[in-house]
Design a protein around this ligand. Structure first.
Ligand code: ZN
Ligand code: ZN
Length: 268
């Protein structure tokens, strides 16, 4: 899998349509093979006319997509290619090129003086993930460490249940959690809210009805029983998606985050 940044300037001779087509010269052919995951980049605002069409005046990344078919465009001077752009998703927030004084892209020493002159720049998967997870599209739901996981029935057996954790929940709370779990399932159903997985469909009758219930804002549990709205605070997730959501305890993913990750990375 290859990853590349593509530049789309406000003004250019290329007639590109964001999220649909991207023109490029032959020297970039290797970086834009079909299937390449691309991040859209825009340089600094030069002409105020375009101010409203941009997320910010500063250089930034603004979307993610996949390269589809690539064809040579004939009838132009020099060899020019056109890539079909698929699965374009615009970021909700612009991602700056530098975070905490560090460029997102790693700039090789030999390219230091003219790195940004290249409109098409191959990047590593790590850089790609860092950019997409910094976009509004991938806002983390919580930067706090989840201090407890919840005994919503089967969820107690999920891999997120950390060892050595105190299990002092009373039966009453457990009963309450079971009711919440049931209410969540009544409202949301038993399909994974992120990937759509259904245990019964995949494993048959034995697993029918199984699903884990994820608490969107677990910190609210800290002060003892609080109002939990099964419609807005709880969401059904399959074991895989649930594990990924909690993979980095400091960065619990929102359902939108994981859906976006699946959209960008998942095999479809
Ligand atoms: Zn899932
Ligand atoms: Zn959870």
């Amino acid at each position: 899998m290859t990853f590349t940044v593509i530049t789309e300037n406000d003004e250019s001779q290329w007639n590109d349509v964001t999220g649909e087509a991207y023109h490029f010269p032959k020297r970039y052919l290797d970086f834009l093979k079909p299937g390449t995951k691309v991040i859209y980049y825009k340089g600094k605002l030069k002409n105020k006319v375009f101010k409203k069409e941009r997320l910010t005046n500063e250089p930034h990344y603004f979307g993610v997509a996949t390269i589809g078919a690539v064809n040579e465009e004939f009838g132009s001077a020099g060899r020019k290619f056109i890539a079909e752009i698929r699965n374009f998703e615009r970021f909700l927030d612009p991602v700056p090129i530098k975070i905490d004084g560090q460029y997102m892209e790693s700039i090789p020493e030999r390219k230091k003086s003219n790195y940004w002159r290249d409109g098409v720049r191959p990047i590593s998967e790590e850089v790609y993930i860092q950019i997409v997870t910094s976009a509004g599209l991938y806002n983390y739901s919580s930067k706090e460490v989840e201090t407890s996981s919840y005994g919503f029935g089967e969820e107690t057996t999920s891999p997120i249940y950390r060892e050595g954790e105190e299990k002092t929940r009373t039966t009453t709370v457990y009963e309450r959690d079971r009711r919440l779990r049931a209410a969540a399932i009544r409202h949301h159903g038993v399909n994974c809210a992120a990937c759509g997985f259904n245990f019964g469909d995949f494993y048959g009758k034995y697993a029918e009805g199984y699903i884990q219930v994820h608490h969107i804002n677990p910190l609210s549990h800290l002060d003892g029983p609080v109002d939990v709205d099964p419609k807005t605070d709880l969401v059904p997730l399959c074991a895989n998606c649930h594990a990924v959501v909690h993979y980095k305890p400091q960065q619990v993913l929102s359902v939108t985050d994981i859906k976006a990750l699946i959209a960008v990375h998942g095999k479809r």
